[in-house]
Structures are given as C-alpha cells and as structure tokens.
Design a protein around this ligand. Sequence first.
Ligand SMILES: [Zn+2]
Length: 412
Amino acid sequence: MKADLIIYNIGELVTFHNGPLARVSEDNAVIIRDAGVAVRDGVIVAVGKSRDVKSRFEGEALNAQGLLATPGLVDPHTHLVFAGSREDEFNLKLQGVSYSEILARGGGIYRTVKATLEASFEDLLSKAIETASLMLNHGTTTVEVKSGYALSLEGELKMLKVAKALGEASSITVIPTLLAHVPPREYRESSFEYARYFAEVIVPTVSKENLAAYIDVFCDRGAFNVDESRIIIEAGLKHGLKARMHADQLAYIGCSKLAEELPIDSLDHLEKMPEENARILAERGVTAVLTPTSIMAMMEPKKPPVEALRKAGVVIAIASDYNPNNMTPLQQTAMDIAPYILNLTPLEALAAATINAARSLNIHHKLGSISEGYKADIVLWDLENYKWIGYTWGYNKALLVVKDGKIVRGKT
Ligand SMILES: [Zn+2]
C-alpha cells in the first residue's frame, strides 16, 4: 500500500486511545516498543511494530533511530494574541505584591489591554505567527487561543480575526475562544452591566461571524462573579459555542460549582478549589486544565487539589497558559515541570498534554493520539522512553515534529 510517510525504528511509541482518560497508568496507555507509523493524506493509516508497518507500506521512509515518539502536544489554554510585555511586574511580584493588587492598580490585564488595543492587526498577527512557530518547534501542534485583551466588541473581534489568520498562516491548528476576561476599568463598580453587554452584544456577534468555538469567563475575585459568569456562559451556549472557564484561581467564590448547572467542557486553574468539588467535575465529565508554569508565575504557594481530582476520577489536562504574566509559550515546559509542581507522573503529564488536553477542547476523536484515523501529528523526542519526561528538562527535546503528515521541524 502507498503511504506519504513511514516512520520506522521508533524505540518506544507512547499514546492513549480515546478513553478511559482518568487514572492514567501503563494499563490504559498504548506503549509499543520498536514501533512504526504510516501516514497518508495527513492522517495516520497504520500503527504497529516497525517491521510490519514497513513491509505493508511503500513511500518516503524515515528512520526514528530508536527514539521516543508521542502525539503532537495539544495546548488547551493560551492567551497567545497580545501586544507588549510586563517585565517590571515580575519584579513587583518578587517583592510580594500580589497579582490581584497589580490588577486593582490598573496593571496586569489592563496594561495588556491598552497595548493590544493600540497594536495593529498586522503587528498582532506577525507576533502571533512568531510565537506559534516557537510552539511548533517545541512539539505543540494544536493550540487554543483566547481573545480577552480588548474588552470592546470591535477589539475582541479584531483579536479573534488575528487568531483565525494565525490558523491560516501557520501549520499549527488553532481553536479560538471568546474570553470575557475582566470588566473594563470604567465598569469596575457596575460589572453586571458589562457582563450583560458581553452576553447580549459581543457573544452573538462573535457567534454570527463564526469566530470562536468556545466561550470562556475569568470567574474569580477581581474579575467576574458567579452570576455574571453564568449569564455570559449561558449566552455562549445559546449561540452555539461550547463552554470552558477560568475558575478558582485567585480565590474560591463558588465558580467551579457552576459546572453543576451548566455543561462546561473544562474548568481551568483550580488552585483554590475545595477538594470536595472534585466530585462535580467527575460527575459532569469536566476536564480539569491545570497550569504548572502559571502556578510558578503567580508566586503563590497554593496548588490545585491534584490528589482529590485523581481519586474522584477527573480527567486532568495541562496547559501553558501563555500570557504576559507567564511568558512561556511552551507546552513542553508545562509537561516537564508538571511532575515537580503538580506531582503528576511522566505518563500522566504526557496524557495531560495530549489526549486529555484534546478532550478538554472536544477534539479528542481526531487529535491528540497516534491512532488510525487520527491527524498525523507526531513528535520524535531526544529521549529513550517516556520515563525521561520531566526527568530531564530545560532544553528543547523535540527533534522532529510532524504536523498533518508534514515535517515542520527536523530533517528526513
Ligand atoms: Zn488564562
């Protein structure tokens, strides 16, 4: 049979089928030693022992030289489109000034909003393309991209159009999300009014222009409260978007409990979530998207209740949460430090950065796994086996990246 690309002599191929995705262990992983993969028209057509795949298919053949192969990484939470930087706030945080206080003073998100509104479409796009290429070179083949640094209808539309243009200009797959980030400063005392404007004007327009797959709200102290978040999420659902939510990051004000009443695909952050709420995520099939590099960037000791999530059987994903408060766009780094920050095993970290991340975006039936019929997004790592994930880190270990069957990093 004909194939466009055959990768053979893979030392260890590690992937996960589409479920069960909680309680990750070697028993529910697919681990093939001396493996091969065949790709045709951008899709995986065979996975198995190297010798079998090589004998069944003809086409361009690539010797993996005994290295580790995994699915391309899926980064399910980023704020990739923005202008400016906030390096001086890094120093403030080191002096003990909290993220909430910086925001209340008009810094943080508000500073990035100003810079992003001032930037041209072209500048935002060229910066986004540059970042996406860095991501691809480090093994990220799919990325969720949020709006949220404009707050006005026109500005949010501009951000989402940049995200769309990014998906067209780069080989990375972009999943766009409309984010209600914070009420504008002039609405600090009347944030419910702004939430209604967002729900009644911004959401329907974005949906009509088909610019977002998801609605998202920063539900937290200093951002939107539960009632405001509810009307924004409901508006998104009503207008055909799927829902995800920033929840319980800075304080617990009941945000994760919204998943009891509304169909929400993912709850992200959860540093302040009470352990007993893990049950809600398990029962409602919500993916927990945890953000290890962002936890470091907050410079606060509180971590999400990983053990409670595990015990309850919640599907755990991780994300880079790339944003000007957490200036690392690499899901590879998030995966590598997840064992240190979140106590995930290397196998859990891999599942969290691939199939589970895809599940949080509801794309796990075609992305995030090396299985027949899936998009051919594959990374060859400069590692012998998966147990080295996180064990060694701090440099780029993605030697070869295949996106939709094409080599976008590395050589044949
Ligand atoms: Zn975020």
